[in-house]
Design a protein around this ligand. Structure first.
Ligand code: C2E
Ligand code: CA
Ligand code: CA
Length: 737
């Protein structure tokens, strides 16, 4: 006879029965001498043990009247998946002719994994305590389901093992749905349990029981954080239901459970109860936490990253406000980190960053949080400060600690810090400003020679305010027509004839008067306004060239291009359309670019410059000698002029060898050498002696406005071959900026 597993279903109404309690119930399950189906339930498992010690089961049970009871009673050996004893009523239930036939039945092969697991769970429960259960089971003795009300409890065999003593009554009529749902409850891996108002367990399904650790009995004890329990009960009171994920103590340690709880009435007592269903989401949570960790931390150093800082600092500020706490934000930049990267390579750079972060962590231990904001920029947030003096002390120590040498790729090197400090609540009350102010202070520390720290102060605040006003004003400057081009004459060194003019921008600020480029070009670059301004300059300068040519001055007009303009895609189009827009002659326009632009050395820049040159425009390298200064490099580019930086000319005695070399190489490469910043006759004489063909400088003229420049050109036409700058210079004084 093929049998389905013996064990099956439990309905929600059937709670685990506490024997002691049952003895007190008015139903009168009194003692083992009464011949009623409750008789065995009243006997604690330990009694069985003592009875069974030296007798066989047959002797133990058969000697009583039980054998002939109408209630089916049998003993199941969980370890061997066999019925080892049954009374006559049970034989009927199991459809067996004799006890021997039933005992011979091997049930393990037919048993599903979940049933086997549950039996093991019962066995464990019985080992732990003197518990009994009442469940609705469906047996399949001959393939047909028989549904029974089964009461069962532990049975101690004489060899110390634990089996199951079962007592069954045939089930009242039960709807198929009821049976199925009860069955599902037994088999599901969802943990379902019912608690009374005090958190005592009224019922738990096998999955819930399996997760319950030995010493944990009531609901509050199951929570790893008590606050989570209070949160749950609070929500239940408020909304009658709650869904939360929380850490729960289980037989597998502390696990994340997603709990859905709701208030209900216990079907047995009618009292208020809490129904919980739980699933273990630990793996999901861990994956989620890992992903979150990756999003919040820098992979190289393991430190919190900018993302994390943006999230955590606002919280820190709120709590600092609440507890009247002082905080300090230290923005840290590793001095000359780029040089390490450039000279020793990126692996060495990474190595240095790791060592720097370790040193920062060490110094900040118990004092605050360290984060890496990106690149070589770190942040320390000092908390729990009693006075601002502590910040100074910390910074002094910090800077000092970085004076010791690092060993990177077996090389010893210095990596000092520049630190900028902002303070909460002193300087600002929000993360955005605190970081910005720390940044401003950090640049101040860099300016003061690095290896240093600097605190944000009122002077820096004024500077920032000024900057903000400048930004606001700059936005409207083009439309308000506040820009103007000045021109500085470029001359033939030998004849002193004006061969060109460099267009230099001026800003006629409505309240501040005329501003020089160094007062606003950087800001325009940072704000992304440089492209617009640059285009205005190009258009003006090209128009001027067209005009000058038209009135008989075919000189070269040069104009300055910021490296940042090369970031704008329409820059090339702006240049290429100049001729059409202004009627200029491209070969009389020279675009001055810096070595920084060339150093990009990318295909885009090369192609762009080649295209510009194809159109006939000249290209000058400005401020030559201050940057990379690689003449070989320049060979790769279509360069027409090279402007030797003022610093060489002003110190020509010291720099004569290099300057001479530059001039000679220019001749060799057919590049026009232009000396900048010529202020004295001696300098000009030197240039003449060494064959530098062109120059600019205060010696002849500073940059002057358009009409003065025109006047100068016209007067020069009349005064050909003048010898001394004195003849013309006084004439210009009134019109210079
Ligand atoms: P730069 O291109 O090197 O321009 C020459 C600067 O040197 C001018 O300063 C000029 O006044 C100054 N200079 C000329 N001769 C002498 C001299 O003999 N002695 C001294 N001490 N200085 C002399 P300026 O006009 O203030 O321009 C400064 C810088 O601003 C320029 O340096 C250039 O880099 C930038 N700039 C000027 N106009 C523009 C522009 O339209 N666009 C861009 N992107 N930058 C510009
Ligand atoms: Ca220039
Ligand atoms: Ca220059």
């Amino acid at each position: 006879m093929n049998m389905k597993p013996a064990v099956v279903t439990l309905e929600t109404r059937s709670a685990p029965l506490d024997l002691a309690k049952r003895q007190e119930t008015p139903c009168g399950y009194l003692n083992r001498t009464i011949a009623y189906h409750g008789i065995l339930l009243n006997m604690p498992a330990t009694n069985f043990h003592s009875v069974a010690e030296d007798k066989t089961i047959e002797q133990d049970i058969a000697s009583s009247h039980i054998k002939s009871l109408r209630t089916a009673i049998w003993v199941f050996d969980i370890d061997h998946s066999k019925v080892v004893w049954a009374n006559e009523a049970a034989l009927k239930v199991w459809g067996a002719e004799t006890l021997d036939e039933l005992k011979a039945r091997e049930m393990a092969s037919d048993m599903s994994v979940s049933v086997a697991q549950r039996l093991k769970q019962y066995q464990e429960d019985f080992t732990k305590s003197d518990v009994s259960y009442a469940e609705v089971w469906t047996l399949y003795p001959d393939g047909n389901p028989v549904t029974l009300d089964v009461h069962f409890k532990g049975y101690h065999f004489s060899d110390g093992r634990i089996g199951m003593l079962c007592e069954a009554m045939s089930q009242r009529s039960e709807t198929p749905d009821g049976l199925r749902s009860a069955e599902a409850l037994l088999h599901t891996s969802v943990m379902i349990s019912l608690y009374d108002q005090n958190g005592n367990v009224l019922y738990s399904n096998p999955a819930a029981r399996a997760s319950l650790p030995e010493n944990v009995n009531n609901l509050p004890d199951r929570f790893f954080h008590q606050s989570d329990y209070f949160n749950l009960t609070g929500q239940l009171q408020l909304n009658g239901g709650c869904q939360t994920s929380t850490q729960i103590k289980t037989t597998r340690g502390v696990r994340w459970h997603e709990i859905t709880a709701r208030e209900c009435l216990d079907a047995v007592t009618g009292q208020k109860a809490i129904l919980l269903s739980e699933i273990d989401i630990t793996e999901l949570k861990e994956t989620e936490q890992h992903a979150q960790f990756l999003a919040d931390h820098d992979t190289l150093t393991g430190l919190p990253n900018r993302n994390f800082v943006q999230k955590i600092i606002p919280k820190k500020l709120i709590s600092a406000l609440e507890f009247d706490e002082k905080l300090a934000f230290l923005l840290i930049d590793v001095d000359r980190f780029k040089t390490v990267n450039d000279t020793l390579g990126h692996a060495a750079g990474d190595d240095l960053l790791v060592q720097v972060s370790a040193r920062l962590l060490d110094i900040s231990k118990n004092k605050g949080m360290v984060a890496r904001l990106g690149g070589d920029e770190f942040l320390i947030c000092l908390s729990n400060l009693q006075s601002w003096d502590e910040v100074d002390e910390f910074c002094i120590r910090l800077v000092r600690e970085f004076q010791t040498i690092f060993t990177i790729s077996e090389k010893e090197l210095h990596a000092t810090l520049s630190v900028g400090v902002s303070r909460y609540p002193e300087d600002a009350d929000n993360i955005h400003e605190l970081l910005r102010f720390a940044d401003v202070a950090m640049y101040e520390a860099k300016k003061d020679g690095r290896n240093n720290y600097s605190c944000f102060n009122s002077r820096l605040r004024e500077k920032i305010d000024g900057q903000m006003t400048l930004e606001r004003d700059l936005r409207g400057a083009i439309e308000a027509n506040q820009f103007e081009l000045f021109y500085q004459p470029r001359l033939n060194s030998f004849t002193n004839e004006i061969v060109g003019g460099e267009a230099l921008i001026r800003w006629n600020h409505p309240t501040r008067g005329m501003l020089m480029p160094n007062q606003f070009i950087d800001t325009a670059e940072e704000m992304g306004l440089i492209n617009e301004i640059g285009d205005w300059v190009m258009t003006q300068a090209a128009s001027e060239q067209a005009y000058l040519e038209q009135i008989g001055f075919p000189i070269t007009v040069s104009l300055n291009l910021s490296p940042k303009q090369f970031d704008f895609t329409n820059m090339l189009a702006n240049v290429l359309s100049l001729q059409e827009r202004t009627g200029c002659s491209p070969e009389k326009i020279e675009l001055e670019i810096t070595e920084t632009t060339l150093m990009r050395n990318d295909k885009f820049t090369r192609d762009l410059l080649a295209t510009i040159q194809d159109r006939g425009f000249g290209i000058a390298i400005d401020d030559f000698g201050t940057g990379y200064s690689n003449l070989a490099y320049i060979q790769n580019y279509p360069v027409t002029s090279l402007k030797i930086d003022r610093s060489f000319i002003s110190n020509i005695d010291k720099n004569h060898a290099v300057t001479q070399l530059i001039v000679s190489l220019c001749k060799l490469l057919h590049i026009n050498a232009v000396a900048e910043g010529v202020e004295t006759q001696e300098q000009l004489d030197w240039l003449r002696r060494h064959g530098c063909k062109e120059y600019q400088g205060f010696l002849f003229s500073p940059p002057i406005n358009r009409s003065a420049f025109l006047q100068l050109l016209q007067s020069q036409k009349g005064l050909m071959n003048f010898e001394s700058e004195n003849q013309i210079y006084p004439l210009l004084q009134s019109s210079t900026g």
